[in-house]
Design a protein around this ligand. Sequence first.
Ligand code: PGA
Length: 259
Amino acid sequence: MKPIFIANWKMNKLLAEARDFCRQFQDLYTPLEPQFKDVGIAPPLTALPTVNEELLQSRGVMIGVQNLHWEQNGAHTGEISAQMVRELGTEFAILGHSERRQFYGESSEAVSKRALASIKNNIRPIVCIGESKSQYEDGLSEKVCITQLRESLAGISSEKAKGKLIIAYEPIWAIGTGLAATPEIAANIHAVIRKELNATFGASLGETIPILYGGSTKPSNIAALVQQKNVNGALVGGSGLEADSFVELIAEGRKASSL
Ligand code: PGA
């Protein structure tokens, strides 16, 4: 499976900064092949139209959002629906990021509703799971991840998941800390996730679902991560905020996975 690299800008960048990133990115970035979109950027919603317009010429780059609501429309002050962001060119949605789970009370049940709404609107859901530092230290990583995965995928049939669903394993202790999971730790949890996906959807589909790793990825550690059997790319925070580091990370990741 060819690896996928997604930059999550979180709550960063004003319009001029987003535009600067895109112009530098265009200069540095080489598309893999027109048919396969292996790179994505999820700017804050305010910068989405700008990024979309600026990167229109960059074949192979998807534009995404960091959340969306499961209803199509209605009395939901402050929320944005899947059909609304689809209209802006959105191709993927990061759902259930640990920052949303930790700080905004996001439940796995809500994640599954958001994922279903995404699929219905032809948006690929990137369902994020991951354990906290204390859960990791207590040896609960696998248990926590599998529970989150099962609950977050509730109601998603094989038919719906096919060609759409993406999973991201992001240990909370590795996010923004500079301490990425070792390739061995990532490989172990990704294998457990793969097994669960195969059990849920059948191996013929389960084996095709990309499982991204996220947490302190950078150009210097991406190669060893994507060389692991079930690590199919990365969800990138800090290293995705600068065009040069993101392009370098993509190049290192592509190179390593083709060895
Ligand atoms: P980081 O963030 O790469 O800055 O650790 C990852 C994420 O939150 O997806």
